[in-house]
Design a protein around this ligand. Structure first.
Ligand code: BG6
Length: 488
């Protein structure tokens, strides 16, 4: 048995996430030789299927989701041969005996992946324990959303914590598995050039944009209870913010990194009083266009409650109140039905203390570091050079020093976030997973904002689908003499 060999028990094996993301990711790991020979997987779901029918469903999903030039027969066959299926009523302890039997005599640790709604985590964990399916090496992987607010997240974490110690709980935030997000750690802590500049003396402000082109995609029921703040900011955007703002960890151990992230979350300024109206903009999309086609507004989507005040967009200006970042605004925005899918972080460096070039170009004269997650992953540093040509004098020209991962490292395929995360679970490494206190501090901060919205009864502002959000979100940054940066 090698270090990364596991028995994977996947609860919710016929669900959307499993078919769309988890099986393709596992297939790719297998194809790249990263699934040791003994690794096997049992899919668990309520449907009445036998192993063969299950393998066929997974094969169908792989055919749809994996690029055709990456589907090769040998790898597919080897991967499918690892899969078993168990029909299970998750809420009743009886069937769990079959899980224990599946594991019987295995020398490998078991990883339990809960790709199911959080309300049944408790049943599954307790039933696994009662049936004797667990031992001291079993790890558990859970998906967001971890709750709806601090109190509900604590309940969920308590239920898992009754059965598993924190050191064996892997809370997924799939943004942490994105290649560029990890590159942030390398960029910041391996490059003295950035390491020395990464503070309020040299950085004027930071932008984080996570714009999605999609709308609600048949998830109205879930989404309307959540809204963009809970669905995206509480987890993905705050995780990005933490990685940008945290102090250097003393090493790359999971807890060293997570301790630093927690300090950032604790230092985030709350929105109180006037800041609620001034520094946060909520939006909800109305009918408009997406990729040239007419699309309905949020309130006209299938299953919609036409009185809903749930936000599909949020923009905010916040600050990390500590020595490194005092006075540096962090502008965050994220929304559905934006003009394009664009996720990027822009670090704006301060200008030189004394300026000697063309006065008209003064506003140009600063560097930006753009860390792009989507659509294509890469890093660009905007620098100023002299415009070429005899007639240009000392005209400045901003231009990018680009690191396009696809071009710079053409042989390496950029793995999907889930590939990386599953690999880390197999290795038993937690640094890309979210610790309980991170989830809770993030909720604390979001909860006070939501309470403020509720107390003031602030309905969202409208924006047409296919636009960059409510005009007020643009005004929020332009009144500081800045603008949202959408180039690369
Ligand atoms: C999920 C949210 O966590 O992230 C979705 O629940 C969102 O609403 C998705 O669309 C975005 O992920 P990505 O990787 O496509 O940016």
């Amino acid at each position: 048995v090698t270090d990364t060999e596991i028995d994977l028990a996947l609860f919710g094996a016929l669900g959307d996430l499993a078919l769309r993301k988890l099986f393709p990711a596992l297939y790719h790991l297998d194809r790249e030789g990263l699934l040791p020979e003994g690794t096997r997987l049992v899919g668990l779901a309520r449907q009445d299927l036998d192993g063969e029918a299950f393998r066929q469903q997974v094969a169908g999903a792989l055919q749809q989701r994996v690029k055709s030039d990456e589907q090769d027969k040998t790898s597919l066959k080897r991967f499918l041969a690892r899969l078993d299926y168990l029909k299970l009523d998750f809420s009743s302890v009886e069937g769990y005996e079959a899980v224990r039997a599946w594991r019987e005599g295995s020398p490998r640790p078991m990883v339990v992946y809960l790709s199911v709604p959080a309300r049944i985590y408790g049943d599954i964990c307790r039933n696994l324990q009662a049936s004797g399916s667990l031992d001291d090496s079993t790890r558990v992987v859970v998906e967001k959303p971890i709750g709806y607010d601090l109190a509900s997240s604590q309940e969920i974490n308590d239920v898992i914590g009754e059965v598993f110690p924190e050191s064996r709980i892997y809370r997924i935030d799939h943004y942490l598995g994105k290649e560029t997000v990890q590159n942030l750690i390398a960029l910041r802590f391996a490059n003295p050039l950035f390491g020395t500049q990464w503070n309020q003396n040299h950085i004027s402000h930071v932008e984080i944009t996570v714009a999605e082109q999609v709308g609600i995609e048949g998830r109205w029921g879930y989404f309307d209870q959540a809204g963009q703040l809970r669905d995206m900011v509480q987890n993905h955007l705050l995780q990005l913010l933490c990685l940008i703002a945290m102090d250097p960890p003393s090493n790359l151990d999971a807890d060293a990194i997570r301790d630093e992230k927690v300090k950032v979350l604790k230092a985030l300024k709350p929105f109180v009083g006037e800041a609620l109206g001034r520094d946060v903009v909520r939006g909800q999309y109305t009918a408009g266009t997406s990729q040239g086609a007419a699309v309905p507004g949020y309130l006209e989507e299938e299953g919609a409650n036409t009185d809903s005040h749930t936000e599909t967009f949020v923009a905010m200006k916040t600050e990390v109140a500590n020595w490194r970042w005092a006075g540096v605004p962090f502008y965050l925005r994220t929304g559905k039905r934006m003009p394009e899918k664009l996720s990027q972080i822009v670090i704006h460096f301060r200008q030189q203390p004394h300026y000697i070039f063309d006065p008209d170009q003064r506003s140009l004269a600063a560097n930006k570091l753009i860390i792009r997650l989507q659509p294509e992953e890469g890093i660009a540093l905007q620098v100023l050079t002299k415009d070429s040509g005899l007639d240009k004098g000392m005209r400045l020209r901003p231009g990018p020093l680009h690191l396009d991962f696809n071009n710079a490292f053409p042989k390496s395929r950029i793995p999907d976030a889930y590939e990386r995360l599953l690999l880390e679970v197999m290795k038993g490494q937690q640094y890309l997973f979210v610790r309980r206190d991170e989830v809770e501090h993030a909720w604390r901060w979001c909860d006070q904002l939501i309470a403020g919205w509720e107390a003031r009864d602030m309905p969202p502002r409208r924006y047409p689908a296919g636009s960059w959000g409510p005009v007020a979100s643009i005004a929020m940054i332009t009144q500081d003499g800045r603008s949202w940066y959408e180039d690369y």
